[in-house]
Design a protein around this ligand. Structure first.
Ligand SMILES: COc1cccc(-c2nc(Nc3cc(C)[nH]n3)cc3ccccc23)c1
Length: 280
């Protein structure tokens, strides 16, 4: 399907990302509301291989269909710009909600982590590693459901691409922190570590290894973190089973979705199932 700018009525700017601006937009013939991400080719050229990243983002994200993954409906370009036609998530960036609320109550954090685990399980079945799971890359739909966005860093597993990092180190797993040997192969299990960091940050309001850059690297390499007393023991247990140095010993996504902390907060309407069974 060929898209072009004239097909869209551009609404208010939603905000600025790293490499482009995002606008609310409506496709004229269908009145379909979407988000239009505009990237300037000039900025991409100097972004040090960012153009490859955008191509990868388009190629990977356009083939994904999952309720917790932001849909990429299509793309087009003109002489100066690349346009990504993205699903519109009505409640915006999750990290803004997190900062405003400081930290999420356990029932809310558990629901978000269950949705993330479900989305990651879908990605890993397609041998896609996201590699950049953090609150800044998660949007929220109008019903409060979360959507992983920004596939600029995702790759097909296994992979040893050196990530030229400009963002935070907080979410990097030990195997991606410079381990001396550049040819460290890593796989989907990097997303399990990041899911553990995300669980911690949702419940505590800051990342587990947050420190100066040097200290953060040291603390990640030793999985050196303390979980505050106000975190429930079930949540503590899940965090500890994900923030494990050995990637092969991290809790698989299937088991995350069956973890007591998740089941306690996410079983679909306990009463609803009992009603089905006829009990009061
Ligand atoms: C830096 O702030 C940024 C940047 C980009 C988008 C938003 C933003 N986005 C969306 N929804 C979106 C965005 C995309 C790609 N799909 N759906 C909704 C919002 C609502 C209030 C404020 C801000 C919003 C913010």
């Amino acid at each position: 399907k060929q898209f072009h700018l004239g097909m869209f009525e551009i609404g208010r700017p939603l905000g600025k990302g790293k490499f482009g601006r995002v606008y609310l937009a409506r496709e004229r013939s269908s009145n379909f509301i979407c988000a239009l991400k505009v990237l300037y080719k000039s900025e991409l050229q100097h972004g040090g291989g960012v153009e490859k990243q955008v191509r990868r983002e388009i190629e990977i994200q356009s083939n994904l269909r999952h309720p917790n993954i932001l849909k990429l409906y299509g793309h087009f370009h003109d002489s100066k710009r690349i346009f990504l036609i993205l699903e519109f998530a009505g409640k915006g960036e999750l990290y803004k909600h997190l900062r405003r609320e400081t930290r999420f109550p356990e029932w809310k954090a558990a629901q978000y982590i269950a949705q993330m685990a479900s989305a990651l399980r879908y990605l890993h079945r397609k041998h896609v590693i996201h590699r950049d799971i953090k609150p800044e890359n998660i949007l929220m739909g109008i019903h409060g459901e979360i959507k992983i966005s920004d596939f600029g860093w995702s790759v097909h597993a296994p992979n040893n691409r050196r990530a030229t990092l400009c963002g935070t180190l907080d979410y990097l797993p030990p195997e991606m922190i410079r381990s001396g040997s550049q040819d460290k192969w890593y796989n989907e299990k990097v997303d399990l570590w990041s899911l553990g960091v995300l669980t911690y940050e949702f419940l505590v309001g800051e990342a587990p290894f947050e420190d100066t850059p040097i200290m953060t690297q040291k603390r990640i390499a030793r999985a050196d973190m303390t979980i505050p007393e106000f975190v429930s023991k079930e949540a503590k247990d899940l965090i500890k089973r994900l923030l494990v140095l050995d990637p092969d010993k991290r809790l698989p996504l299937e088991d995350v979705l069956q973890h007591p902390w998740i089941l306690k907060h996410c079983v679909k309407g306990e009463r609803a199932t009992n009603r089905e069974k006829g009990s009061k």
